[in-house]
Design a protein around this ligand. Structure first.
Ligand SMILES: N[C@@H]1[C@@H](O)[C@H](O)[C@@H](COP(=O)(O)O)O[C@@H]1O
Length: 260
């Protein structure tokens, strides 16, 4: 695992957007896995800016979703399908033909989960999966004690996650209890995992994920199992890292050709 400490969220966004652009330059139809929440927005803004400036051609990029609420009506503005279309797909100049996600409105949610896991594999697998981290250490919507081998499936949100996400809805009661999420085993199949965490509210979760034991109690610690995992944190989110100086020195000495 590589840990990169950046001054602020804009720098993190630029760094990851450039890694995505570099990937698209060598593989124009790369499958980019994207996350929702506030944290990744600087990544999407920086990548869209690169497309507008013709620094990268994203016209053949494919975008896939990490997770989804169950039971929100189709087209609900806070369904993750709507969020990803609004924040990623449209700003990149793509249409929903370039987009794939699980069906949170399906009558048979179990079948929708299996279908999405299969669709990801049939699409050739995710090339780069961007992740955020929940304050309880979740990735996607894999809440604490999710199996480290889990596949895409239905999960029940913790009260903490529902409270954290209530700001996107008209109050806590509106936040669904159930979600579909790529499993931890599914996420680990992506070729490159990039987790972005910013702000002091994420410092404890980041420290446990990066330096704590591998544990289902901290789902993000599963990144320790991945051969190419990059954790990008701002100074505030890095505050709990014992090895922060080592991470800084390592990144400062990194050859340019290596990329993220
Ligand atoms: N399912 C999403 C996660 O993928 C995201 O990482 C998390 C953190 O969101 P934020 O970046 O807004 O803190 O929120 C939700 O729970």
């Amino acid at each position: 695992m590589e840990v990169v400490i950046v001054p602020d969220s804009a720098a993190g966004g630029e760094l990851i957007a450039e890694a995505m652009a570099e990937l698209l330059r060598s593989k124009p139809d790369a499958l980019l896995g994207v996350a929702t929440g506030s944290t990744p927005l600087p990544v999407y803004e920086a990548l869209s800016a690169k497309v507008r400036a013709s620094e990268v051609d994203a016209s053949r990029a494919r975008i896939c979703q990490l997770d989804e609420y169950v039971s929100l009506p189709y087209g609900h503005p806070e369904s993750y399908r709507s969020v990803v279309l609004r924040e990623v797909v449209e700003p990149l100049g793509l249409t929903d033909a370039s987009f794939m996600g699980p069906d949170g409105t399906a009558d048979d949610v179990g079948a929708a989960c299996l279908a999405y896991d299969r669709a990801l594999a049939e699409a050739g697998g995710v090339d780069l999966q961007l992740l955020g981290i929940g304050t309880d250490g979740h990735i996607g919507f894999n809440e604490p004690c999710s199996s480290l081998a889990s596949r895409t499936r239905i999960k029940t949100l913790t009260q903490q996650t529902r409270q954290d996400n209530a700001r996107f809805f008209d109050g806590l009661d509106e936040v669904p209890h159930h979600v579909i999420t790529q499993g931890i085993g599914t996420i680990l199949e992506a070729r490159h995992l990039v987790l972005l965490a910013t702000g002091e509210v994420k410092a404890d979760a980041v420290a446990l994920a990066v330096e704590g034991p591998l544990s289902a109690l901290v789902p993000a610690s599963a990144l320790q199992l991945h051969p190419h995992a990059t954790v990008v944190v701002d100074e505030a989110a890095a505050a709990g890292l014992k090895l922060a100086d080592y991470f800084r020195a390592t990144y400062a000495a990194k050859p340019n050709w290596q990329g993220l």
